[in-house]
Ligand binder design. Sequence first.
Ligand code: SAM
Length: 277
Amino acid sequence: MHPLISNEEFELLRDLIYKTSGINLAQSKKELVKSRLSKRLAARSINSFEEYYRFVTKTDKTGEELVHLIDSISTNKTDFFREKKHFDFLNSKLLPDLIAKKEKRRNKKLRIWCAASSSGEEPYTLAMTVLGHINPKNGWDVKILATDISTKILQKAIRGVYKKETVNDISQGLLAAHFSRITKDNIVFYKAKDHLKELITYRRFNLMTPKFPFKNPFDFIFCRNVMIYFDPETQQRLVSKFYDCLPKEGYLFIGHSETLAKRVTGFKYVQPALYQK
Ligand SMILES: C[S@@+](CC[C@H](N)C(=O)[O-])C[C@H]1O[C@@H](n2cnc3c(N)ncnc32)[C@H](O)[C@@H]1O
């Protein structure tokens, strides 16, 4: 039996989640919070949401439970080649132009940030796409930084093992080139090969961090399908921090249900869900 959650308890947790992660839960998410956090209460042998709130904010000095709380609340839905038009743009325009420009300047470094990378499908898709254009053996130094607030989902991304139905959107050629087929207990899985994994560095990073720690700019940033959980002020602050992390003409990719249109940013609209500094 799940303990009940009162309006006051929901408000306390809602505030804590907002302040910690920027995730702005509507009143209608009360039942969702209750069902997702019930497991955490059970894991800590806690009987009420108020006691759980006190445990997270006062008793637990390690901060570990707060990480579990955010892990339980965040929505991690993602896919390989999600919102394919972005990868079409990378293939037809962005990567050929960027590579030609960099080759001319004898600067064979590519730096990409996949912010809110979830279980890894997006950074692995980026890695496969980049490898369609360059060969790291030819002196190219490619680094994809993949970050997420959820430690649990990052562990899944690092493992890079996916069920058969998850890889349906990867072409047979790419799948054979970049994944190994493995079987466990008669179930087929696909595991990202080392050459793909080596391009990606996974890190826990909260997009609410007041000052981003990156010294060098990224050539482009993917931050898709996470800003929808933030309120407009939070989105605005985040977008201007992304702006500072990009060089002139650098690109920002956002989710197709998101838009920068009403916000004052220095970004220029390129096509739906794609902006350029
Ligand atoms: C719906 S998934 C989107 C994944 C991927 N970008 C895509 O479009 O397929 C949203 C991800 O954002 C992460 N997230 C939520 N709040 C965050 C924050 N404050 N900082 C970093 N990541 C966050 C969640 O853990 C989740 O993995």
